[in-house]
Design a protein around this ligand. Structure first.
Ligand code: ITT
Length: 226
């Protein structure tokens, strides 16, 4: 079956990265924004996976409520294509801070606070922490809700996870990426993830791994590469 994805996010950087990662696999990705859907459900889960599923389910519900989108992405009688509404819940887990900011990464110190301020505050807190105790990882859970093909079909759902290990550096460096990338140091590259080129980051990142695992799972369940 032909596979297509609707990416449920309000974060334009995630849309850009997911498109870059999926280009080449022939799977079209539509963002909720370009479909005219805006969903920002409360992230009440206690894990990345739960929150990713909350976002995917909320967006899938909105797609099914819009007659034009339902007809386009979940036509009752068409079994030649399958639409996965996918969502990413991600964040930075710092061991020396007991896993913070974790699932609170976007909300940490408030949405209005810039990432430069958030990173500066964390660097201050960790001033005396030696390198061997500065371990951290980016985590991305990618959840999928498969839109039903018929009234009786309840739609499958599942989630996968990707991680990228590194450590908190001592300064803010680099112009690429977004969020916490400029102080996330990758010892084997001698650079922060904001100093990697986009294709280098996508090759090793939590999101790259998560989206590739999700793509493999979709192809395994629903068909061949398009
Ligand atoms: P949506 O919920 O609409 O997808 P969001 O930005 O609110 O967008 P999250 O709740 O998943 O997304 O928060 C993820 C935060 O984790 C993100 O805003 C960054 O602060 C951080 N983060 C995740 N992936 C990152 C990456 O690749 N590089 C740097 N920071 C990242």
């Amino acid at each position: 079956m032909k596979i297509q994805c609707i990416l449920a996010t309000g974060n334009a950087d995630k849309v850009r990265e997911v498109r870059e990662i999926l280009s080449g696999r022939g799977i079209p990705v539509y963002s909720t924004k370009e479909l005219g859907i805006s969903s920002d459900p409360e992230e009440t889960g206690t894990s990345f996976e739960e929150n990713a599923m909350i976002k995917a389910e909320a967006a899938a519900k909105l797609v099914m409520e819009r007659p034009d989108l339902r007809e386009r992405f979940a036509p009752g009688c068409n079994r030649t294509s399958v639409t996965a509404v996918i969502a990413d819940d991600s964040g930075l887990v710092i061991d020396a801070m007991d896993g913070a900011p974790g699932i609170q990464s976007a909300r940490f110190m408030g949405h209005e606070t810039s990432y430069r301020e958030k990173m500066t505050a964390i660097l201050g807190k960790m001033r005396d922490v030696p390198d061997e105790e500065r371990s951290a990882r980016f985590v991305a859970a990618i959840a999928a809700v498969i839109l039903p093909h018929a009234e009786s079909d309840s739609g499958e759902r599942f989630a996968v996870r990707g991680t990228m290990e590194g450590r908190i550096g001592h300064e803010i460096r680099g112009e690429h990426g977004f969020g916490y990338d400029p102080f996330f140091f990758l010892p084997e590259y001698g650079r922060t993830s904001a100093e990697l080129l986009p294709e280098e980051k996508n090759r090793i990142s939590h999101r790259g791994q998560g989206i590739r695992a999700m793509t493999d799972e979709l192809i395994r369940r629903y068909g061949t590469e398009n």
